[in-house]
Write a protein that binds this ligand. Structure first.
Ligand SMILES: Nc1ncnc2c1ncn2[C@@H]1O[C@H](COP(=O)(O)OP(=O)(O)OP(=O)(O)O)[C@@H](O)[C@H]1O
Ligand SMILES: [Mg+2]
Length: 239
């Protein structure tokens, strides 16, 4: 079960923002896409989940093209995005937010209940906050709720748009630990979009560098992390 993004381009209005993008997601693997502000990372995530149309190229799950499906249809097919800025229902409780994810699963795999339990066992803070309004949580806690809600919707592929945004280094590590557990536990293929290149490439198995809408380097995450070119351009620099 793989998701293949092949030669994809997309953009807004008359502007083409990303071009000739090739990325493959496979079960249980984390693929990092790193790049600076405005490189087109969120545009890539939006294109894969169907919020904006794919202008050329194809997106396929196990050989069946999905790029003409609506975002809702793609979500039902198991392509789930956790957008930049988390987008929780701030006035609803943590528990209700997570239960909404489970509604979205609508019969697609009861296993998600078990997966959520595993996450709650590993991160007890989520159970402690279960009845609290999501809007009252810290940024890191909200990110954990958003990830858990996504898992409750039984994803086959998860698109995570800058989960570390606005978090302290310590909370980033917590969130990344949760992402690793999600990959192991659910076997979803994960696209991890990040500006925190060093951390993301430590967590991921595969890596891509996105520059001005194009992937300029792809390889194993370790290769990228230790490459002098990538290090000079991206690592050691945070935001
Ligand atoms: N809704 C939109 N309408 C028009 N242009 C947009 C829209 N969203 C993004 N863009 C443009 O597309 C380009 C890429 O933006 P995008 O948000 O994909 O970058 P990003 O890599 O996610 O950046 P960041 O790290 O700041 O989140 C930018 O030039 C941006 O101005
Ligand atoms: Mg972005």
């Amino acid at each position: 079960m793989s998701l293949n993004v092949v030669d994809v381009s997309s953009g807004y209005g008359r502007a083409t923002v990303i071009s000739a993008i090739n990325v493959e997601l496979t079960p249980g693997r984390i693929s990092a896409v790193v790049g600076s502000n405005g490189a087109g990372k969120s545009t890539l995530a939006r294109t894969v989940c169907g919020l904006i149309p794919c202008r050329s190229g194809s997106i396929a799950v196990e050989g069946t093209s999905v790029h003409k499906l609506s975002a809702a249809q793609r979500a039902r097919a198991g392509i789930v995005m956790v957008p930049e800025g988390r987008r929780l229902f701030g006035k609803l409780t943590v528990g209700d937010n997570i239960r909404l994810g489970a509604c979205a699963a609508s019969g697609r795999g009861k296993a998600s209940v078990q997966h959520v339990d595993t996450l709650l066992d590993a991160f007890p803070i989520l159970r402690e906050r279960w009845s609290q309004r999501a809007g009252q949580l810290s940024g890191g806690e909200q990110q954990m709720v958003a990830l858990t809600r996504a898992v409750a919707s039984a994803p086959k592929f998860l698109l995570l748009d800058e989960p570390s945004l606005g978090l302290s280094p310590r909370l980033t590590q917590e969130v990344f630990r949760l992402i690793q557990l999600i990959a192991q536990e659910t076997n979803a293929g994960i696209l991890l979009i990040e500006q925190m290149a060093e951390d993301a490439l430590r967590l991921a198995q595969d890596g891509h560098v996105l520059e001005r809408g194009r992937i300029t380097i792809s390889g194993s995450a370790d290769e990228l992390r230790t490459s002098p070119d990538v290090r000079a351009a991206y690592l050691g620099r945070t935001h």
